[in-house]
Design a protein around this ligand. Structure first.
Ligand code: 4AD
Ligand code: MG
Length: 428
């Protein structure tokens, strides 16, 4: 085996992760796309130019190595590259990140910090999670749609919109693609978008971004109960695929894989009213009608091992498109999925009001209760959908970075995305 491998020369391209010198032998730890491998360069086994390149090389220099692979139990990857030639593509300037750095510096140098082993593993897991999300919905017969990101009006509460100037008119970065996805269920049946949403969130929490990737499925002929079943299947499928195919990544990030293996349907369902009771029992004072904040969600889910659904929220704290529940008219037909061990909300979903008269009434109700006016001209096209062969439909929005934060058990959502956008961060 070893002899066979030794005869086959290959070329490797990568970056120097670490460097060590011992007499006439140089050990370069090479970072390739696939992972890390040690390159052994012996002075008397390479040409003069290669040896000089090895001596001159610095951490993060880009290099090309010619050599053969040799298995070595002492090597971290189980394999060394015995170099016969080395070329410096570019000698790196002194790398500005060393071992112990402040969080702020690592965020300032994010474009370089993305090369750290931790960020590499997270970004690989992120890529896999995006892929599993799409492939699950693909298997279920969904079409991926591409919604506009510049909009004329809000699609949620409208409280946290980023305003932009659009050829002399006011416009907004989208806060949800739902209204557009709704339009497309009438032609495609089951659709989803995976696109950024924007929230001008002033809150500095470990789970709020100003720009996040939002997976928004929308389904014709679904009620919220059916939508919840789809949600638990989707989330479980992603968790199972992640564990099955990314063992090494999860191990290097210290993720409890047994925990993820246990993420299977069904997830527990509790009403909003029960959630409020539970919080009060835990000593967190909450009135019926209050919204839940990050700390409340943390307390609610701290002892859970699987996600839970919290359904039927008070109509006063939920948006205009959610139908009032006829069995309990204080609430709307909706649910949030809350991730376990304190991670909290990762999905918001609901049925949509699909009858014209009911929608007009609900919007008028909200106007009265909140002392505001919907700009009906701007919502006209969306209201129109309730005039031409409308059908019951439902959907939900899953925050991808919230999902990644939970699945990889990250402390802060900013590490779930390469270039986080937060209240105090726009660079890089
Ligand atoms: O609960 P939200 O606001 O619901 C909607 O936008 C619906 N229109 C979705 C739909 O039914 N199509 O947001 C949905 C999810 C949240 O559960 C959360 O995971 C994520 O989006 N999210 C955020 N993620 C990161 N940073 C923020 N500031 C977020 N705000 C919401
Ligand atoms: Mg929500």
């Amino acid at each position: 085996m070893e002899h066979q491998a030794a005869t086959k020369k290959k070329r490797f391209k990568g970056w120097i992760h670490r460097k060590r010198h011992s007499g006439g032998v140089m050990f370069l730890v090479l970072r390739k796309n696939e992972g890390i491998t040690q390159v052994v360069i012996k002075k008397n086994a390479v040409d003069e130019e290669s040896w000089k390149a090895a001596v001159d090389s610095t951490v993060e220099s880009s290099v090309e190595v010619e050599g053969y692979e040799k298995s070595d139990a002492r090597s971290p990857s189980g394999m060394d590259i015995i170099a016969s030639r080395l070329r410096l593509v570019q000698r790196s300037e002194p790398f500005p990140i060393s071992e112990y750095q402040s969080t702020e510096l690592l965020l300032d140098k994010r474009h370089l910090w993305l090369r750290s082993q931790r960020m590499i593993q997270i970004m690989k897991a992120r890529s896999a999670i995006l892929r599993y999300s799409r492939s699950f919905l693909d298997r279920k017969g969904f079409y991926e749609i591409s919604p506009p990101l510049i909009t004329e009006a809000g699609g949620e509460t409208g409280a946290d919109l980023f305003e932009i100037e659009y050829f002399g008119k006011k416009a907004y970065m989208t806060e949800s693609s739902q209204l557009y996805a709704e339009a497309m269920v009438f032609s495609l049946g089951k659709v989803y978008s995976l696109a950024p949403s924007y929230r001008a969130e002033k809150s500095r929490t470990t789970k709020h971004l100003a720009e996040y990737w939002h997976l928004e499925p929308e389904m014709a002929h679904y009620d919220n109960a059916k939508s919840m079943r789809l949600q638990e299947e989707l989330v479980s499928s992603i968790a199972q695929m992640l564990v099955k195919h990314n063992g090494e990544i999860l191990e290097s990030l210290g993720v409890d894989r047994k925990w993820l293996v246990g993420i299977r349907p069904p997830f527990r369902r509790i009403s909003y009213t029960e959630a409020i009771e539970t919080l009060n029992e835990k000593g967190i004072r909450k009135e019926w009608g209050d919204d839940l904040g990050s700390d409340d969600e943390k307390a609610l889910t701290a002892e859970e091992e699987k996600p839970i659904f919290v359904y039927n929220w008070p109509k006063g704290i939920k948006p205009f498109y959610m139908p009032v529940d006829k069995k309990d008219t204080r609430t709307v037909v909706c649910s949030d999925m809350q991730a376990p061990r304190g991670h909290g909300e990762i999905i918001g979903g609901s049925e949509r009001i699909w009858r014209l008269d009911e929608l007009i009434e609900r919007m008028a109700d909200i106007e009265r209760a909140k002392g505001m006016k919907f700009d009906i001209e701007k919502y006209g096209w969306w209201i129109d959908l309730r005039r031409y062969g409308s059908v019951p439909h439902a959907g939900f929005g899953l925050g991808m970075e919230r999902l990644i934060k939970w699945l990889l058990d990250l402390e802060h959502i900013r590490d779930a995305i390469p270039f986080p956008r937060m209240i105090n961060r726009l660079r890089p």
